[in-house]
Design a protein around this ligand. Sequence first.
Ligand SMILES: Cc1ncc(COP(=O)(O)O)c(C=O)c1O
Length: 223
Amino acid sequence: MIILCNPGNPTGRIYSAEELQELAQILETNPHLLLLADEAYADIVFDGLPFLSALQLSSVADQVILSSTFSKTYAMTGWRLGYVVAAPDLAATINLVHRSINGAINTFVQDAGMEALKIEETELEASARSYQARRDIVVECLTGVPGVSMLPPQGAFYAFPRIHSTLSSDAMTTRFAEAGVIVRSGSEFGPSGEGHIRISFATDVESLEEGLRRFVDVVRSLT
Ligand SMILES: Cc1ncc(COP(=O)(O)O)c(C=O)c1O
């Protein structure tokens, strides 16, 4: 099984249509291979970039499992409301495990989900624009800071800068926490995340600006 997180957490990167078509070709030549696409951030895409869902790979539709959630689009993190789109035989197997382990979601969260689905598309777009404005603040604050290199996030609400320091990501995270800014260690996301720090910008502008000010102060002392 290939697992794809698109838009990416923690990188904020978006896979292009060409990359997804290449994945489709790999699936076509390996009919027993499955693609599990986690598209939790599909509605938070910046700069008008095109976003291709794995569900649009029609030639391999039976090999694609889409996993998504109300957590990000509708700011319902912690409500544990999500869904899967898969071919009927796969969906039946997933359902077997799901109903044994999780059971059905409680009814008041189901009601909240029904209300969330009534939200107009224009409101969701406004929400994505507001994340983009905060993404811009992060990019502006970190650009040109010595010891920091970063690709601008294209979606989701994370920045994933590399901090050029002799300290490990874990040790840096402790230093940031001591300065009153909470970030995640890049190595939590796998060995290639070492040297990186994940910043979430899913907060209000004032807190974000203060967090970035503290962040940059710590970076200057580290590099
Ligand atoms: C890529 C991705 N998928 C899923 C989730 C979690 O979704 P849920 O809140 O429905 O468990 C997250 C939350 O951080 C995420 O980043």
